[in-house]
Ligand binder design. Structure first.
Ligand code: BGC
Length: 457
């Protein structure tokens, strides 16, 4: 789109929150040993330190939708930047374990907010033709954050203090704050709040009236129409109403399948898994982990380019098939000893990451930012994202136990079976939202036609 630079700027700046999320998930693994030594942590205290991030994120993702509805999408971005930066400064200066825990909790709060508000804000400002691609930019930023943390873990740990490895995160969090100063509020939120004049101004600025006068008028007309039609029903009542509840089920189910595909087991435990397949020394395992991070980034980039061309459904189906097969391969190859099988297991892990990144990574974020009607979008995304954190915690926490009970092959067979179930779910229930405006999607939901029929012939 001519003069569409503003849309990319919005996606770029707000997606920094995704970078913070990925960075924070990855950086702790490299710092943990040094922290444990400095604070002489017991394994219980170590568990608490790790668990505070998902705990904080679960709470805040649950609440963020309402906050974003009340104060606006943009102000939540400022909050994320401020809370994240304060927590990092706290980590840099504190010598108390209790304060360190508090700071980790605050980091969790800020990244929990990010997975709700950023896809929401990008989807509400983007034009239909590139909406999926721009929301996928959020996932790309997550993967870049994870990769950067891995690289810092490999190259900086031992050379600089663990405190400074965290403090590096101040660079993107400051960039987020400064960048947000140049962004407009979501025009759809402004309309929802009755700030019609400002909403007009934002649309003129986004589409540049000079270049796209018809487009601005069109966007104005459809958004207005959908706002006028709103009946005065409470958010909770609407969310659990017969017509809107399938959207919530879809959001929660997508994150359920995303997480039970075992992604964070691979992300958090990658060095351990590579040691298990005995690829080599400790640092070889770490480098293999960097390989995981790199494939994750590259394939997410591919997803961004495919999601508008091929559509959401085909990409999701492809991802479930790829993930089920590669996880099955891991389950199979890890049963045997010998270097050849160990390499085959490692290659299967790379294949799995590729399948995840091209599909199961970005698509839940894209779909949850699209299916909910405006009035319940914030709250619906909040509940779905809280599901993401709850399932994430469940899968990661159960991994060591399952590993001991079942052995590595059966654990991965279990994740593979979960992807087969995900495939069956997607075949039946996932709609196609490519090329449809948010208002067209909303009209379908309000018409009480089954959600799964949306966009499908
Ligand atoms: C998931 C995270 C995961 C990340 C890996 C995201 O889509 O929600 O749990 O760590 O992808 O790239």
């Amino acid at each position: 789109m001519k003069n569409g630079i503003m849309f990319y700027l919005i996606a770029f700046v707000s997606a920094i929150t995704g970078f913070l999320f990925g960075f924070d998930s990855g950086i702790i693994s490299g710092a943990l040993e040094a922290i444990s030594t400095e604070f002489q942590l017991t394994s219980y205290e170590t568990g608490v330190l790790i668990g505070l991030i998902p705990f904080g994120a679960l709470i805040s993702s649950f609440l963020t939708g309402r906050v974003a509805d009340r104060i606006g999408r943009l102000r939540v971005l400022y909050l994320i930047a401020i809370i994240f930066s304060l927590a990092l400064i706290g980590i840099l200066v504190t010598h108390s374990f209790a304060l360190l825990c508090l700071m980790r909790f605050l980091l969790g709060i800020s990244i929990g907010m990010s997975i709700v508000v950023t896809p929401l804000y990008i989807a509400e400002t983007a034009p239909t033709e590139i909406r999926g691609k721009l929301v996928a930019g959020f996932q790309l930023a997550i993967t870049l954050g994870i990769l950067s943390a891995y690289l810092i873990n490999v190259f900086a740990i031992g050379k600089i203090s663990w405190r400074w490895t965290f403090a590096i995160g101040l660079i993107p969090s400051t960039a987020l704050f400064i960048g947000a100063l140049f962004l407009p509020e979501s025009p759809r939120w402004l309309f929802l709040k009755g700030k019609t004049k400002q909403a007009h101004q934002v649309l003129f600025r986004l589409y540049s009236k000079k270049f796209h006068p018809d487009r601005v008028e069109h966007e104005l007309a459809v958004i207005k129409k959908s706002i006028v039609k709103k009946k005065n029903v409470g958010v909770w009542k609407e969310l659990f109403s017969k017509r809107s509840f399938p959207c919530l089920l879809l959001g929660i189910a997508l994150f359920f399948f995303q997480q039970v595909s075992g992604i964070n087991v691979v992300i958090y435990f990658a060095p351990k898994i590579f040691q298990h397949v005995q690829i080599g020394t400790n640092s070889a395992a770490l480098l293999a982990t960097v390989g995981v991070g790199t494939i994750n980034v590259l394939m997410t980039f591919v997803a961004m380019n495919l999601v508008e061309k091929r559509g959401r459904r085909p990409l999701l189906l492809l991802g479930f098939i790829g993930a089920a097969v590669s996880l099955g391969m891991i389950a199979f190859f890890t049963q045997f000893d010998g270097p050849a099988f160990q390499w085959l297991s490692a290659i299967s892990i790379f294949l799995y990451i590729a399948a995840f990144a091209i599909s199961l990574g970005p698509l839940p974020f894209i779909l949850i930012s699209e299916v909910f009607p405006l009035k319940i979008r914030g709250q619906g995304m909040s509940l779905s994202a809280a599901g993401n954190w709850a399932f994430n915690t469940l899968v990661v926490a159960s991994f060591p136990i399952l590993l001991e009970l079942m052995g590595i092959s059966l654990v991965f067979l279990f994740y593979s079976a979960a992807c087969v179930a995900g495939l069956l779910f997607a075949l039946r229930y996932v709609p196609e939202t490519k090329g449809l405006s948010l208002e067209e999607i909303e009209e379908h939901v309000h018409s009480r036609k089954p959600l799964r029929k949306l966009g499908r012939a």
